[in-house]
Ligand binder design. Structure first.
Ligand code: GTP
Ligand code: MG
Length: 454
């Protein structure tokens, strides 16, 4: 709308929040969390882990916590690299392979890096067990989780990459996060060998690591024999450890962070949230499907048993449909829809019509009429009514499947006609096995029922 002549100009600058990646990531994180909070109590309990992960990601982003995970085969010097970067022995280094058994988080206090505007921001280095660590499947999962949350990945090797290393590196690259490939233990190679190795790595990893992200290091160089001459000209021999050389690694990490630190954090949080939110959606669908199927079987079993026990009452049109209407209302609730009795009944009738049944109740009356006379007899005779009762339960089973489809599609037939949907369900349902299962259920219930034991 155009402003009236003479009215004061607007003082608020046009705001485009969508341009700020941190705000956008926080918004999607919070809306995913809000969605989970809107779930049923049972669903929330099942999604607790995802909620905790998302809350941790929210804290990570607001506090500016940069996570760098170090990967590589056993004994390549992952722990040594972390120690050398931090400048003290914070993680254990050992000649024995497979030494690091846990995923370790170590704050890198002296990194000198701070995200602009976030005084409390911090870099955390994460040590992981070797990728080929024997029996490390569960630990591998933890390492994988660390990679999923991290902002920057470091892969440490101490020679040309073998197949396991290459596969692992390619897998990490697929996460679309910056990767540094560190050629460690360069103290063990001559200058010429180092150059050769760097070239080989660059050409082998062309598609997955950019050449400026392949850096040499010696995190824990081997002791060297030094010849020391004192003032009098006397010499002595002494074994000493040279200083670690990790400056290039540190410089490259800080360069990447300086260029895109906060944007990296935001992008990572957004990707993490999208992934978690997909998983939450899948889990929710699975849980609802499970709950719906359980409900359908319970009601179908109930209907079959009720018909076997009292066909006259249940065979009555209203009574027969009552079980199905209750089932539909219960199914609606699973999908977060409160349905009143009348519309639920209309849905049952619509499904019955689409199935080609005249009326749910009438159908039951029809096939039970022949067995009514049996019902005054004892339990043994009563059991002969089981096949008909199971068939009644099968009707409810179909009504349930169709209603579930309807609720799953947001209280609609998903652009199809009810007839097309119900006929497909009928075609795809193994009638005999449903009836067999219902028969078993009815028999079991009748045997448990004191009124049927005469
Ligand atoms: N020569 C040399 N040895 C190194 C260097 N870095 C690490 N090492 C040695 O390699 C061995 C393994 O080092 P770690 O840091 O424990 O290796 P890691 O990758 O953490 O091993 P795991 O935790 O067992 O997977 C130790 O004996 C280190 O002293 C290096 O730059 N040069
Ligand atoms: Mg280690």
């Amino acid at each position: 709308m155009s402003e009236e002549a003479g009215s004061p100009p607007s003082v608020t600058a046009p705001e485009d929040k969508s341009l700020d990646p941190v705000d956008a990531a926080l918004a999607s994180l919070r809306s995913t969390l809000a969605k989970v909070r809107g779930c049923s109590e049972k669903e929330r309990a099942a999604l607790q882990r995802e909620v905790e992960q998302l809350e941790a990601m929210e804290r990570k982003l607001t506090q500016g916590r940069v996570e760098i995970v170090v990967f590589g085969e056993i004994s390549t010097g992952k722990s040594a690299l972390i120690n050398a970067l931090i400048g003290e022995a914070v993680t254990e280094v050992d000649v024995r392979g497979g030494w690091t058994k846990e995923v370790w988080h170590v704050p890198w206090e002296g990194s000198g890096y701070c995200i602009p505007g976030l005084d409390q921001s911090q870099i955390v280095l994460i040590d992981t067990p070797g990728i080929n660590e024997v029996g490390g499947a569960a630990r591998g999962e933890l390492a994988d989780e660390a990679a999923e949350r991290s902002d920057l990945l470091i892969f440490v090797t101490d020679s040309d990459l073998n197949e396991t290393e290459f596969t692992a590196l390619a897998g990490l690259a697929a996460r679309h996060k910056p990767i540094l490939l560190v050629l460690n233990k360069i103290d063990l190679y001559s200058q010429q060998q180092r150059e050769q190795l760097m070239e080989v790595l660059a050409s082998r990893c062309q598609a997955i690591v950019s050449p400026e992200n392949i850096v040499p290091a010696s995190a824990d160089p081997r002791e060297l024999e030094y010849i020391i001459e004192d003032a009098s000209g006397k010499t002595r021999r002494e074994m000493r450890k040279p200083e670690p050389q990790v400056e290039e690694v540190k410089a490259r990490i800080l360069e990447i962070l300086a260029q895109e630190g906060l944007a990296l954090l935001a992008l990572n949080a957004a990707m993490y949230t999208a992934d978690k939110s997909d998983r939450i959606a899948v889990l929710r669908v699975q849980m609802r499907q499970q709950a719906a199927q359980q409900t359908i079987w319970t009601f179908a079993g109930l209907k079959a048993t009720a018909v076997a026990l009292n066909p006259v009452g249940v065979a009555d049109v209203v009574g027969g449909a009552a079980v199905d209407v209750s089932m539909v209302i219960t199914l609606g609730r699973i999908y977060g829809l409160e349905m009143a009795w009348q519309p639920a009944k209309e849905l049952v009738v619509a499904i019955a019509k689409a199935a080609g049944w005249v009326m749910v109740g009438e159908t039951i009356t029809h096939f039970l009429s022949s067995s009514l006379k049996l019902l005054t007899a004892g339990a043994a005779t009563l059991l002969t009514a089981v096949p008909q009762a199971a068939a009644a339960g099968y009707g409810s089973f179909i009504v349930g499947q169709a209603a579930q489809y309807y609720f799953e599609h947001g209280a609609s037939w998903g652009g199809e006609s009810p007839k097309a949907v119900v006929q497909r369900i009928l075609r795809e349902t193994d009638r005999d096995s449903v009836i067999a299962r219902l028969k078993d259920e009815v028999r079991e219930r009748l045997q448990r029922n004191p009124h049927s034991q005469q």
